[in-house]
Design a protein around this ligand. Sequence first.
Ligand SMILES: Nc1ncnc2c1ncn2[C@@H]1O[C@H](COP(=O)(O)OP(=O)(O)OP(=O)(O)O)[C@@H](O)[C@H]1O
Length: 229
Amino acid sequence: MIRFEKVSKTYPGQGHSALDNVSIDVEKGEFVFLVGASGSGKSTALRLVLREARPTEGRVYVAGKEINRLAGWKVPRLRRQIGTVFQDFRLLPNKTVTENVAFALQVIGKSRSEIVKVVPETLELVGLEGKGERMPDELSGGEQQRVAIARAFVNRPMILIADEPTGNLDPATSVGIMKLLDRINRTGTTVVMATHDHGVVDQMRKRVVELSAGQVVRDQAQGGYGFSH
Ligand SMILES: Nc1ncnc2c1ncn2[C@@H]1O[C@H](COP(=O)(O)OP(=O)(O)OP(=O)(O)O)[C@@H](O)[C@H]1O
């Protein structure tokens, strides 16, 4: 589903590589944690999957296509197949929960009848039934992240990318968010999550890819956050 083949990325004006000869294969339906110190290259790897950045060397494949070779007009279609969730939720503050989720479908041209059907289903899936008319600032952090996940998943993307989704949440709330991401993964969606959250990684026991200074230093099935596990 996602394949990095000897990928290096050096940002203009940077002396060192953000990614250095990285090869990773993620199969359809996998759940993968990307861990490593700040600056180790996690966000860069995620940005390459979205073609928000391009490799300096090597190839990035998504669903069998080398995405650096995609014509520019096909990039929106690629991104539509990839849901994204971030640490800071990024909700539209002046729209209700329902409107935030519906907006993701409106911008890709879905019909009103489909939106009216799918949005409540998705809000129920993420545990927000009955909260559709709330504004984001009337929700807890965990609930706001659930809205962001609903928005990312409402279009049933084949890949969900999460960059520090529990970074602003307390441990108990994080557990709920991880259960939700696990449920989404079980529907067949490939999940790649960058995180510093030891507790979450140790609890979930999924594949762990560790980056250090842009290189893969560990790729472990059912891993923990650190080497000792
Ligand atoms: N847009 C950019 N321009 C120049 N250098 C960048 C840019 N984005 C990232 N870098 C550099 O690339 C390296 C990897 O950064 P990246 O953000 O991918 O790491 P990270 O592991 O996601 O870190 P964090 O955990 O702090 O988010 C760092 O040295 C960083 O300074």
